[in-house]
Design a protein around this ligand. Structure first.
Ligand SMILES: [Zn+2]
Length: 270
């Protein structure tokens, strides 16, 4: 464990001495900061370590210490030059979600924008009608435009909606994965199913790719309806999922000799 900072050692940010996060000591935040030794705003930051942790923000990101030859330097990881600003912390605070058990896999075969979308969707942070209202947008109608029955939330539009269920059901049939559709009500239910499915790691990864792609294509279909008044038949969405996942898996990393004729029948015939 590092020694606590001694009163009098200057906890000064030295931008030119800013260091890479890869060199950060992995000590627990509480171990490597002494609130007594930090003046002013730095003291406050160290003092709210527990609050930051609840928001899944590492104290080291906001304020980090490095021992150098002539003493200690401090750096704020929220700004390019290492200096602290309240705005930078505020932005990070608003962006970060609370720490929970949700487990998310970033898969290299999946385009980053799709992974980011799914990551945000499982937290409900995609621009559904309900979410837009929360952000202060004036919406006349909060009802899901795919079923006209329930309020449009991320979990509803992507999983719980009758339209989404039809698409998901078709995809599960194609994958020959037997599951009770009524058990799937939220994005996290779909991700949990995929994360635990089967015993073959390679097949599970492909199934995850397919599930991400399905959620993504359902959202594209929703946008097509909301913005272009065009309702894609679920069968069409299922065909898109088959085609897109074939291209992703074949071209983006999982080294396999895939044949479309087989893939279109079932993605696990190999
Ligand atoms: Zn709906």
């Amino acid at each position: 464990m590092e020694q606590p900072v001694v009163m009098g050692v200057m906890p000064e940010v030295v931008p030119e001495q800013a260091f890479s996060s890869s060199t950060i000591n992995a000590s627990k935040p509480d171990d490597c900061y002494s609130t007594k030794s930090l003046p002013g705003v730095w003291n406050n930051i160290a003092g709210i370590g527990n609050d930051l942790k609840k928001k899944n923000i590492q104290v080291q990101t906001v304020l980090d210490k490095r021992i150098v030859n002539n003493g200690v330097i401090w750096r704020c990881g929220l700004t390019p030059d290492g200096s602290f600003t309240v705005n930078a912390l505020r932005s990070r605070w608003d962006y970060r979600t609370p720490l929970t058990n949700k487990n998310f896999h970033w898969i290299k075969e999946i385009p980053l924008k799709v992974s980011c979308f799914i990551w945000r969707a499982q937290w409900g942070r995609i621009p559904t009608a309900k979410e837009l209202v929360k952000r202060g947008v004036n919406m006349e109608n909060l009802t899901c435009q795919m079923c006209n029955v329930k309020e449009e939330t991320a979990d509803h539009i992507l999983v719980d909606c009758a339209y989404a269920k039809k698409v998901m059901e078709g995809v599960m049939r194609w994958c020959k994965v037997h599951t009770h559709m009524e058990d799937l009500q939220a994005v996290s239910d779909v991700l949990n199913l995929a994360n635990k499915w089967g015993t073959c790691t390679k097949k599970r990864k492909i199934f995850l790719v397919i599930c991400y792609s399905t959620l993504w294509r359902i959202w594209i279909a929703r946008n097509e309806k909301v913005f272009k008044r065009n309702r894609l038949p679920p069968e069409k969405v299922i065909e898109y999922v088959k085609l897109v996942t074939f291209l992703w898996v074949k071209n983006k990393g999982i080294k396999m000799n895939l044949i479309w004729a087989n893939w279109s029948q079932c993605p696990f015939f190999f």
